[in-house]
Design a protein around this ligand. Structure first.
Ligand SMILES: Cc1ncc(COP(=O)(O)O)c(C=O)c1O
Length: 449
């Protein structure tokens, strides 16, 4: 999968025979709760290319759901994992000590926003980092109410699901949830819930939290924390206005409320900064990290201001969380991002990506909105740019056609194409993927009257 080969490479129309066989077996045994985007049966991956079981090679604009920021099987990560497995695979940091958790935690305190002393809780997943954050702030504040956003996705365990407000199917039949969560509108300017326009709105969505929510029905003295996504991920790759979070921070400070920043999808260099909140010049009390930090190994982290992570011994723990192999991968990921200057590459390639999508937007009416930071970019598909009516069927058609032609890309929200290639992507490969996308977009747009 290296050398001079050009990508993508489709040798058999997917799903090929081996993929179909694998999928048949999967359908008999695997939990029915999974919804696959398309029949991509992955066999191997290298850099920005994922290869299926029939030998098709796709340009990966998914990064395995924003996990493979340093690319598939980065040699530095593979070597760190191999070396660690020869020494120590497990020894529960809940109960004992080992070097790898300390090393990774120190690095995490360095790359997360805020110069104050910090502490780290290492978990197995994003949802577990969120659960830890919920419990930590409950313990710290002795409060039990939370604020979160409509459209938010924080995970699927009971607590995280209670914060999540992305799709009804994620909550249906699972009530009662953890009580005390109030959802407020996310600053989704293209589809403002208040039908206002930025900047004439003067960020009413922030004042709404103060003047309506906290002043009328959510007593601030009972609030444990507000959970935010600096860029909303599953909700549609939505980017708030530049001054949004500074205004929000002022309100949280006014009431002495903790801000927990869920950077599980947007973090670890994805947006050209270590964490997306840095684009907005505010500092949260705690950050949830997962996905890309392990480059595919199950590891997550809650990195908190020391004074907020003040819970007592025995109040929270985990058997596998912070396992030595995941920590070794995490350290290798951080080192790779630094040494290969991947924050710079994400910014550089991300600017090119946005520019190309904006060019397409001027040509194809179904591209309603284009937005993003670094290599976390969304392009919203609409039936008509004047009415802004979402086009989920069109987005689905685009996604499937891209897949058949060798570009692995999925959607977010109702009808947003999400562009999250590995941060190691070159201009050449990015353009090759965008050429596939544009070809499909042109075809689909021409079928819309
Ligand atoms: C912002 C955000 N938070 C939390 C999660 C949950 O992470 P995990 O699937 O590792 O539990 C996700 C997963 O997509 C996410 O995007």
């Amino acid at each position: 999968m290296s050398g001079k080969a050009t990508y993508p490479k489709i040798v058999v129309t997917p799903p090929g025979p081996k993929a179909r066989e694998l999928i048949r077996a999967d359908e008999s045994y695997i939990s029915k709760s999974m919804v696959r985007w398309y029949p991509l049966a992955a066999e191997s991956g290298s850099g920005c290319i994922v290869r299926d079981v029939d030998g098709n090679e796709y340009i990966d604009f998914n990064s395995g759901l924003a996990v493979l920021n340093v690319g598939h099987c980065h040699p530095r990560v593979v070597s760190a994992i191999n070396e660690q497995t020869k020494k120590l695979i497990h020894y529960s940091y809940t109960d004992f000590y080992y070097q790898a958790i300390v090393d990774l935690s120190i690095e995490l305190t360095k790359i997360t926003p805020g110069t104050f002393p910090k502490r780290v809780f290492l978990s197995n997943s994003g949802a577990e980092a969120v659960e830890a954050a919920m419990k930590m702030v409950k313990w710290h504040t002795r409060n039990s109410l939370f604020l979160a956003y409509t459209g938010a996705f924080h995970g699927r365990t009971q607590g995280a699901m209670s914060l999540t407000a992305s799709k009804p199917v994620q909550r249906r039949h699972f009530f009662p949830l953890v009580p005390g969560v109030t959802h407020v509108p996310y600053p989704y300017c293209y589809r403002c819930p208040f039908h206002l326009s930025y900047p004439e709105c003067h960020l009413w969505c922030v004042d709404f939290i103060d003047e309506e929510v906290l002043s009328k029905y959510v007593p601030p003295e009972d609030v444990a924390a507000m959970f935010v996504e600096a860029i909303q991920g599953e909700g549609g790759y939505v980017v708030p206005p530049d001054d949004y979070f500074t205004r929000l921070r002022k309100i949280l400070d006014k009431y002495n409320l903790v801000m927990i920043d869920d950077e599980i999808q947007s973090g670890v260099g994805r947006t050209g900064k270590w964490f997306a909140i840095e684009h907005f010049n505010v500092v949260p009390e705690a950050v949830c990290v997962a996905k890309a930090i392990g480059s595919g190994l199950p590891i997550g982290a809650l990195v908190s201001k020391d004074e907020v992570m003040d819970w007592e011994g025995g109040s929270h723990a985990t058997t596998f969380g912070g396992n030595p192999v995941g920590c070794a991968a995490g350290l290798a990921v951080i080192e790779t991002i630094r040494e290969e200057r991947l924050l710079e590459n994400a910014t550089k390639q991300g600017t090119h990506l946005l520019n190309r999508l904006k060019e397409m937007q001027s040509k194809y009416r179904i591209l309603g909105d284009v937005r993003g930071k670094g290599l976390m970019v969304g392009a919203e598909i609409v039936k008509d740019p004047d009415t802004r009516q979402a086009g989920p069927e069109l987005a689905q058609e685009i996604m499937m056609k891209c897949f058949k032609r060798g570009l692995a890309i999925i959607t977010a929200g109702k009808s947003t194409m999400r562009f999250v290639p590995p941060l190691v992507i070159t201009r050449e490969l990015l353009d090759a993927g965008l050429d596939v996308f544009e070809g499909v977009l042109k075809e689909v747009a021409s079928s819309v009257r």
